[in-house]
Design a protein around this ligand. Structure first.
Ligand code: NAD
Length: 361
């Protein structure tokens, strides 16, 4: 740690965040990490909180919220002590709270960068929900803050912890069915138009289908082919123009890779979309659904069936991430993984602006 600090002090640290070694727990014998959720909305309430009850190696020990009315319920449900309850303005005080090891940022997309950086500066490991941030500059800022403060950074891409998805990643990496030739990735849900003030409809909050669901397509296009795209063409289709005045309802885009490989993607707040299909030279593989909380399943042309797993993806995700902190090993989904997707998001946005022109990534 000493030499690392010095290295950082000299201002010469290299831009490989989520690197290890970070603060080591292996030597301290610490086996259970205290997690603080920042933002107690739908995903924290219905998925992450309940998952943390089942997760080995970490437990929900703190909350950071701007809604005082939510505090008693969360304290009662999870036995959270007063000492570990914060509002957003008090976040810097986490530096003095040894009970909290990890801050999980589960806020609207436009707030990820600020709160991830503040968590890192308080010396806490950072778990950040997808999309990592709104643009490349924000992603780099998060990575830099984690690197500078010697803390770990994981992006909440739960699919990459899901065993059937991992099987696809393995087929892609090993080219089990020959080189990939084309693929289709679709992710969307029908966003009900009953609350026009919802942040998911606001540009400045990072709303829209592309940030919310499009990153599943982008991430899948990369992990299901094992390759990085070089260019993109994109267009936005807003059928409910009265609701989608600032952000995209549907974005269709084609990612272009080397060797004529293309991945066609659609992401939408207008319809339920949920599939990943990959055509290779000697066969194919697929997941349908590909990004649901449960029931992700699929198969391959050699007759392999990928049956739905039992248990929660979020439990697997947080266990994997906690283990890598405790054991001082690299995380499975580092900040660079979120950054790569956001670089592609920027290219998609540029292509849309240019009237669907090809944009290099
Ligand atoms: P939500 O709207 O249900 O919750 C957002 C929370 O942020 C609320 O508690 C709200 O009070 C708080 N907040 C603080 N400042 C706010 C502001 N200025 N405007 C609006 N809300 C504010 O959203 P959610 O569905 O819980 O999503 C939160 C994050 O989690 C998003 O980044 C989203 O992409 C991500 N998410 C990930 C998954 C996944 O499967 N990985 C699923 C759902 C959501």
């Amino acid at each position: 740690m000493g030499s690392r600090r010095q290295f950082i002090k000299q201002g010469t640290f290299v831009f490989f965040a989520s690197q290890w070694p970070f603060m080591s727990y292996a030597s301290s014998g610490k086996k259970t990490l205290g997690v603080a959720l920042t933002g107690l909305g739908s995903y924290s309430t219905h998925q992450l909180g309940p998952s943390l009850k089942q997760t080995e190696h970490c437990e929900l020990r703190g909350i950071i919220t701007g809604s005082p009315g939510k505090i008693p319920g969360w304290q009662k449900e999870y036995g959270i002590a007063d000492a570990h309850v914060y509002d957003y303005g008090q976040m810097d005080q986490l530096a003095n709270d040894d009970g909290i090891d990890v801050v999980y940022v589960v806020l609207p997309n436009a707030m990820h960068a600020e709160y991830a950086v503040r968590a890192a500066e308080a010396g806490k490991h950072v778990w950040c929900e997808k999309p990592m941030a709104l643009n490349v500059e924000q992603c780099e800022r998060i990575i830099e803050a984690c690197e500078k403060n010697g803390v770990s950074l994981s992006i909440g891409y739960r699919m990459q912890h899901e065993p059937n998805t991992r099987q696809l990643m393995k087929w892609a990496k090993e080219e089990t069915f020959g080189p990939v030739q084309s693929a289709v990735a679709e992710a969307g849900f029908h966003f009900r138009g009953d609350d026009p003030s919802n942040w998911r409809l606001k540009k400045e909050m990072g709303g829209g289908a592309l940030y919310d669901m499009g990153v599943y397509c982008i991430n899948a296009a990369r992990y299901a082919t094992g390759k990085e795209p070089e260019g993109v063409e994109a267009r936005v289709v807003n059928r409910r123009g009265e609701l989608f005045t600032e952000v995209d309802e549907t974005t269709e885009f084609t990612l272009y890779f080397k060797n004529d490989l293309r991945v066609s993607c659609t992401t939408s707040f207008g319809e339920n979309l949920n599939r990943l299909e990959v055509q290779c030279r000697d066969g194919n593989y697929y997941l349908r659904p590909m990004q649901s909380y449960t029931g992700v399943q699929g198969g391959a042309s050699d007759g392999t069936r990928l049956e739905p797993i039992k248990g929660k993806q979020q439990v697997l995700q947080m266990q994997d991430d906690a283990r890598s902190i405790i054991n001082n090993t690299p995380v499975m989904v580092p900040g660079e993984e979120g950054l790569k997707d956001i670089r592609i998001v920027e290219a998609i946005q540029k292509s849309v602006k240019l009237g669907s022109k090809y944009v290099q990534i």
